[in-house]
Every structure is written in structure tokens, then in C-alpha cells.
Write a protein that binds this ligand. Structure first.
Ligand code: AMP
Ligand code: MG
Length: 273
């Protein structure tokens, strides 16, 4: 099948961000030609991811952090479930961040985040992250412009620290349209098995959709760097979203040139009897 153009969805540093210029749906040409091949391709990528993750785990010289952000129903949970199906839970961890609790609020905003970052050899997925701290309080006008600018700078430094410590940082904004969110929220309300996912804030945040888009644009623009780039993932199609994120992870791990460690044993000295 045609290759997914990861580069086109990468946010270039120092560009003015306009989310409406990024597609929420897969490229037309790819859908018509190839969508029947997607499940097979996803399976193939899942196996490659498994092999690369085993090497990452064995080598313990590098780590990987995947940050997933997006509006409610953008598909963060679903993406984690389907992209990591073939990966061993040894060495992989998913962390979700909700509204900070009392103790967390008494610390700096990166305190709870730093505690969950990957060790060398680990792959960690953040379901929401420190980016919430430059989204929710900005939209709700709980922080000043100066604080927001300061936080964005702290984020750049923090991610640069992770990079210098051997952690590859990959950031995906799951981009859904407002119409698609309506469908998905309705589906949740119609399915008793999904009622637990529905929160009052989903409806409040939907009313502030445009303000969230502006806050995202600013955050993505200010924090997409060479070593911690943002990708705007077309996420109205769940299979395409999963394919995109899988492809991006495999590509990132391949460029890390991971190697299995050499055995310190001289295996020819050992004989099985
Ligand atoms: P969910 O991910 O749907 O379970 O919901 C988690 C909720 O916590 C979302 O509404 C987030 O916006 C909110 N949240 C996460 N982190 C923060 C934060 N740092 N400040 C305010 N709200 C947050
Ligand atoms: Mg939610």
C-alpha cells in the first residue's frame, strides 16, 4: 500500500499553527486504493513494534515516550488498545492524567509528570500529559498569559532534558472534527457499556471547542521542536489513526538504531547435557 506521509503531518518548528489546515480524515487517494489493506498493514506494524520494543527493553540504553493529546472522544484509549496489542507488557506502561488532586496542586505542574517518565529500556504512553496544564487553565482563564508562556518554556526545557537522557519523545495530537465528536459522544450516551466514560466536562469543553483549538494551536506551535516533534494525526477514521501512530512509532524506533546487547558469556563454553 502507499506509504503514510508522516512528514506532512509533522508540525514544523517556528510556524504559525492553523489546525483547520490539517486534515481530520485520511488522504482521499489512500482511502480509495488501500483501505482493504489496512488491517494487514496494522498487523505487520504491530509485529515490527513488538520486535523493536524487545530490543529497546533488552538494550536499556534508550527509552521512548509517546504523548497522546486530543479532545474528548478523539480516541486516545482506543489507539493505545489497538497499537500495542502485540507488545509485551514487560517494559511498556500506559499512564493517564486526570484533574490534578490536592497534593499534585501543591507541587509544580511537572512534578507528577516527571515521576511517570520512561526509564531506559522502557516505552511509556501518556494518555493526556503536562499539555493539559497549558490547555484547560488557558481556556478557563485560570492562569495569566505570563504563566502560560512560562509553562511552555518549562515544557521545552523538560522535553529537552528527557531527550538528553536518552528518551525519544513523540507527540501526537489526535485531530477529530467537531461533527465526529458529536457522533462519538452520542454513541457513548446510547451505549450503556460506555456511560461510565461520559463526564459533565465533555459537554462544557465541547461548548468551548474554538477556545480549545486556539489553545492547542499555541501549545503545538510553541513546543514542536526538532527533538520532540508534534504530529497532527487525522483521527476521524479509527483504523487510519491507529495505522498512522503505529507507523510513526516504528519509524521513530528504527531511526534510533537499537541493538540487542552482546552476551557477556562465551556460549561455546556451555554444553547442554
Ligand atoms: P479523561 O481523560 O476523559 O478521563 O478525563 C480527564 C480529565 O482531566 C479531562 O477533562 C482533562 O482535561 C482533565 N485534566 C487532566 N489534566 C488536567 C490538568 N492538568 N488541569 C486540568 N484538568 C486536567
Ligand atoms: Mg473523557
Amino acid at each position: 500500500m502507499n506509504n503514510i506521509d508522516l512528514h506532512a503531518c509533522r508540525v514544523k518548528p517556528d510556524t504559525t499553527m492553523d489546525l483547520s489546515a490539517y486534515p481530520t480524515t485520511p488522504p482521499e487517494a489512500l482511502t480509495q486504493e488501500d483501505s482493504t489493506l489496512w488491517p494487514e498493514r496494522l498487523h505487520d506494524l504491530a509485529e515490527q513494534l513488538n520486535r523493536l520494543q524487545t530490543t529497546l527493553h533488552a538494550g536499556q540504553s534508550r527509552g521512548l515516550l509517546l504523548i497522546l493529546q486530543g479532545m474528548d472522544t478523539a480516541g486516545k484509549d482506543g489507539c493505545i488498545r489497538s497499537v500495542f496489542t502485540h507488545v509485551s507488557p514487560l517494559g511498556v506502561r500506559a499512564e493517564a492524567f486526570g484533574v490534578p488532586h490536592t497534593l499534585e496542586l501543591r507541587h509544580d505542574f511537572l512534578w507528577r509528570i516527571h515521576a511517570k517518565t520512561p526509564a531506559l529500556g522502557e516505552m511509556v504512553i501518556f494518555n493526556r500529559s503536562h499539555y493539559e496544564d497549558v490547555l484547560v487553565p488557558v481556556v478557563h482563564r485560570d492562569i495569566s498569559k505570563a504563566t502560560r508562556i512560562q509553562r511552555l518554556e518549562h515544557i521545552r526545557h523538560f522535553e529537552s532534558l528527557l531527550h538528553d537522557a536518552g528518551i525519544a519523545v513523540v507527540k501526537c495530537y489526535l485531530h477529530i472534527s467537531k461533527q465526529e465528536q458529536k457522533k462519538r459522544l452520542q454513541a457513548r450516551m446510547d451505549d450503556p457499556l460506555k456511560h461510565w466514560k461520559v463526564q459533565a466536562s465533555d459537554f462544557d469543553d465541547r461548548k468551548k471547542w474554538n477556545a480549545f483549538m486556539r489553545a492547542y494551536e499555541q501549545a503545538l506551535q510553541e513546543t514542536s521542536t526538532e527533538h520532540a516533534p508534534w504530529y497532527v494525526v487525522p483521527a476521524d477514521s479509527k483504523p487510519y489513526r491507529d495505522l498512522f501512530v503505529s507507523e510513526l512509532l516504528v519509524h521513530t524506533l528504527e531511526t534510533m538504531k537499537l541493538r540487542l546487547p552482546q552476551s557477556r558469556l562465551k556460549l561455546s563454553d556451555f554444553a547442554l547435557r
